[in-house]
Structure formats: structure tokens, C-alpha cells
Design a protein around this ligand. Structure first.
Ligand code: 13P
Length: 251
């Protein structure tokens, strides 16, 4: 499987700014993307229709959504359905990002529904998992990851494959803090996620991509991407500028 180099633009940028960044990124990556890498950008919903065609114009680049509501259509004021994302050119979506868990109060049950509904609708899903600093200090890293993986994947044990599912390990204490997890912490967490994936998805778990996220920057991406069981990165702050994200993609 190709390494998945993913950008999460979170709640940043106007449409014009998103178009400008995507245009610059497309120029920086066209004809330079190594055969073993693919690129994903997840902008705000507001600019998906403008940004997706720019990205998908480059071989190996995709657009994705940061969130959706797990229903086909209906009376869900303010929400967006997977079908509406596919209609805009999205190939991927995130579920369970730590900001949705901790700021918006999303729980494992809802996140599991999103993973299952998204896969059924035809989106490739990235399930985000990760512990808080208090959970790490209390020695609960593996227990937290196990629960988030079991509940997040409960509805897809029969249908998740290495092609339609990825997991992003994003320790909450490393997100947006500049405090990147060290190689030993990343290796241990990714090895545990791998073990759990193989147990939950016996035929596919060994090949499901595991991304690392949390203060990935151009100067640490090369080391992180070469660690065992690291099959990609999910980048917040350093993905907002095309130059910095392209350096990470090519690291
Ligand atoms: P930062 O790269 O800004 O730490 O954010 C990581 C993240 O949350 C990606 O989803």
C-alpha cells in the first residue's frame, strides 16, 4: 500500500485561500509525487466543491471530508451526508478526530456508526484514535486505544479492507502543541494498533494503513514516516501552507 500523506485543514481558510493553497500544492506535487505516496487534503465543507477538482487533477491526490452525519438524507439540520460528500468529489472522510471527541463530545458509539455508514456509502474511512495526557500518565494508553478501535470498528468487521479503511493514531497531547511524540512512543502505540487490527480484522488488519498525527512538521516527517508500522501521516498546522505540506509529502 502507498503511504497516505494527509492534511487536515480543520476550520481554517476562506474559499479563496483554500483554492490558492490547493493550486500551489498541485503545482508543487504534479509529476513529483513518488510512486509509493498518495496525498489527501481534508478542507472545510465550504470549499470542498472548489478545492476537490484542483486536487483530483493531480495523479495520486484526493479530497476528503473532516466529518459527516451517518444518514442517507433527511431532517438533520446543519449536517452533511456521505452522499453529498461523494457528490463533491470526496474519496475519504475522517471519523473520531480528537477535536470531535473532546470539543464536540462525540462518543465511541456514534463514531462507530460513522465508520460503518461511511464505508457502506462508498467513502474510504480514516478512524482517528489517541489518548489524552491524563490517560497516558495513568498508564491507560493501550486500554484507550483498544476501546476506541473495538467500538470504532464494531460495525465493519466483515467489510473493512486495507483499501477502504485507515487508522490515524493522534495522541491528544501532541496535537497542535508542537510536542511531537518520540519515536519510541510512536513505535509502541503503532505496534499495539497493528496487533489490535490483526485481531479484529484477521485477513486485512496487517495491511490496513496506520497514520501518525500530532505536530508533524517538515523537519520531523522524514523520521516519522520511516518508523515501523507508520504508513502515513495526518497533519494539521503544517498542512496549511502548500510549501510546508509538500515538504512533508516528499520527506
Ligand atoms: P497538528 O499537526 O496541528 O498537531 O494537528 C494534528 C491533527 O489534529 C491532524 O488531524
Amino acid at each position: 500500500m502507498k503511504k497516505l500523506m494527509a492534511a487536515n485543514w480543520k476550520m481554517y481558510k476562506t474559499v479563496a485561500e483554500g483554492v490558492a493553497t490547493a493550486t500551489e500544492l498541485a503545482k508543487l506535487l504534479a509529476d513529483r509525487l513518488p510512486a509509493d505516496r498518495e496525498v489527501l487534503v481534508c478542507p472545510s465543507f465550504t470549499m470542498l466543491s472548489a478545492v476537490a477538482p484542483i486536487l483530483t487533477g493531480v495523479e495520486g491526490c484526493f479530497a476528503g471530508a473532516q466529518n459527516f452525519y451517518p444518514a442517507g438524507q433527511g431532517a438533520f439540520t446543519g449536517e452533511i451526508a456521505p452522499e453529498q460528500l461523494l457528490d463533491l468529489g470526496c474519496a475519504y472522510a475522517l471519523a473520531g478526530h480528537s477535536e470531535r471527541r473532546h470539543v464536540l463530545g462525540e462518543e465511541d458509539g456514534l463514531i462507530g456508526k460513522k465508520v460503518a455508514f461511511g464505508l457502506d456509502a462508498g467513502l474510504k474511512m480514516i478512524l482517528c484514535v489517541g489518548e489524552t495526557i491524563d490517560e497516558r500518565r495513568a498508564g491507560q494508553v493501550e486500554a484507550v486505544l483498544a476501546r476506541q478501535l473495538e467500538m470504532g470498528l464494531a460495525g465493519v468487521l466483515e467489510k473493512a479492507t486495507a483499501a477502504n479503511l485507515a487508522v490515524a493514531y493522534e495522541p491528544v497531547w501532541a496535537i497542535g502543541t508542537g510536542e511531537v511524540a518520540g519515536p519510541a512512543e510512536i513505535l509502541a502505540a503503532h505496534a499495539f494498533v497493528r496487533e489490535k487490527l490483526v485481531a479484529l480484522l484477521p485477513s486485512e488488519g496487517a495491511a490496513v494503513r496506520i497514520l501518525y498525527g500530532g505536530s508533524v512538521k517538515p523537519d520531523n516527517a522524514g523520521t516519522i514516516i520511516r518508523l515501523d508500522n507508520v504508513d502515513g501521516v495526518l497533519v494539521g498546522g503544517a498542512s496549511l501552507k502548500a510549501d510546508s505540506f509538500s515538504q512533508i509529502v516528499l520527506a
